[in-house]
Write a protein that binds this ligand. Structure first.
Ligand code: UT7
Length: 402
């Protein structure tokens, strides 16, 4: 708030939400198209020519949606040079949460030691990251928050039907995160257009144990396998090619930015042919799009932040340039956003003290978690001994009464 020099109430200053940190994490294990040839009837040639995908990453036994999200978040905080205690809000966009609750966001909040943050998961499938970014940006612009962490994290390979060659060849695991911060410098998130068409819900989904099948005994997953993803690829393809250009145009109009002003478009990484079709509709060169689906496949809500991280690291965005994000997927949902890039602190401008405090904080959380676990084990042990002792005492009492 700006202060005035008389008794008038303070004049609110215009606030902007800037991306000041970014980070990504993908598992080390690579599953190539050739590896898939041993699992389903497919070929490297078919997958490459129909999708553009060459390989994808698969989460290992000790990795999960939350652990990948945590890694990406720590990197983003590092770049932003911000302490976890400064975070007001954590949003995790995911279709593969650890639980229905506690949320994956709450798990990450605890592991980061973000003790002042609210946290929730957001379910909007592959559009989730853009939805989450817009929600966080709105909260910052309204003045109610200063710093938000938005994460897209997925372990899609855990919900694949490995007998369905129409879907299992497409998806991979990973996470990307950004830190949004309030600023009075013009730029950051300029506009967003969020849409949904629930009538297309049957086109792709993951039937799971939700309130519906617990409440209605006649719940049916419409012939789809429980906990496995299903998709009508052809219909989703048509939907995607229809909405991308239109949605980006709408967000550009809202931001009062021309298509010719865009330096980068970061699309959801579903299929190279979808991206090429979008480029034709928008009458722009395909090179304007950030593409990494050849190496990671479709990582759902994580695909836009992962592609954004790589594009930033490849210096595809300079301060003052404009970029568009476009997500589309289950729901059906789609969402586009225009940002004005302002960049972040250079590595040498970051505070060494903050770096040490973050590391110390992470160690403290690890110690606290292990301490809690040990305490729990000790109290379980004592309970067991007490229970046994009481039982023996009861038996003795019974014997005495005989
Ligand atoms: O993240 C959410 C958003 N998701 C998307 O945007 C995905 C959109 N959809 C797609 O990317 C494409 O529809 C797919 C890649 C899923 C499928 O490509 P397509 O060109 O639409 O193939 P299709 O489903 O029309 O199938 C063409 C043929 C069929 O054989 P017949 O009936 O022509 O003999 C399929 O059985 O290709 C066959 N086929 C395969 N062949 C080898 C389908 N999957 C495979 C496969 N390997 N993996």
């Amino acid at each position: 708030m700006a202060t005035s020099n008389n008794d008038m109430p303070p004049i609110p200053t215009v606030r902007y939400a800037h991306i000041v940190g970014w980070g990504m994490a993908v598992p080390d294990t690579i599953l190539t198209n050739h590896d898939l040839e041993a699992i389903v009837e497919t070929s490297d040639d078919w997958i490459r020519s129909r999708t553009g995908i060459k390989e994808r990453r698969i989460a290992g036994e000790t990795e999960s949606t939350a652990s990948l999200g945590l890694k990406a978040a720590r990197k983003a905080l590092e770049v932003a040079d911000i302490l976890p205690t400064a975070i007001d809000l954590i949003v995790v966009a995911t279709s593969t949460p650890e639980n229905i609750f506690p949320s994956t966001a709450s798990l990450i909040q605890n592991w980061l030691g973000a003790t002042r943050a609210g946290a929730f998961d957001l379910s909007a499938a592959c559009s989730g990251f853009v939805y989450g970014l817009d929600m966080a940006a709105q909260a910052i612009r309204s003045g109610s928050m200063q710093v938000a962490l938005v994460i897209g994290a997925e372990t899609m390979t855990r919900v694949m039907d490995w007998q369905d060659r129409g879907t299992c060849i497409l998806f991979g695991d990973g996470a990307g995160a950004v830190v949004l911060k309030a600023s009075n410098v013009e730029g950051g998130v300029l506009s967003a257009v969020l849409r949904s068409d629930g009538s297309g819900g049957e086109m792709l989904g993951i039937p799971t144990v939700g309130s519906e099948d617990l409440y209605h005994s006649d719940f049916s997953s419409n012939g789809h396998k429980m906990h496995k993803m299903h998709m009508n690829g052809g219909e989703v393809f048509k939907f995607a090619t229809r909405v991308i250009a239109e949605s980006i145009q709408q967000a550009l109009v809202k931001a009062e930015v021309g298509i010719e002003d865009l330096s980068l478009i970061v699309p959801h990484q579903a299929n190279m042919r979808i991206i090429q079709a979008a480029a034709r509709s928008l009458k722009v060169e395909p090179e304007l799009f950030a593409v990494n689906l050849d190496r990671y496949g479709n990582t759902s809500a994580a695909s836009i932040p992962i592609a954004l991280c790589e594009a930033i690291d490849q210096k595809r965005l300079k301060s003052g340039e404009y970029a568009a994000f476009i997500g589309f997927g289950g729901g059906l949902t789609w969402a586009s956003m225009i940002i004005k890039w302002t960049g972040a602190k250079t590595p040498d401008a970051r505070s060494g003290i903050n770096q040490q405090r973050r590391q110390f904080g992470y160690m403290r959380v690890r110690f606290r978690t292990q301490w809690k676990r040990l305490n729990q084990q000790i109290s379980n042990f004592i309970d067991r001994i007490t229970f046994r002792r009481n039982r023996i005492q009861r038996l003795r009492d019974k014997v005495d009464q005989l």
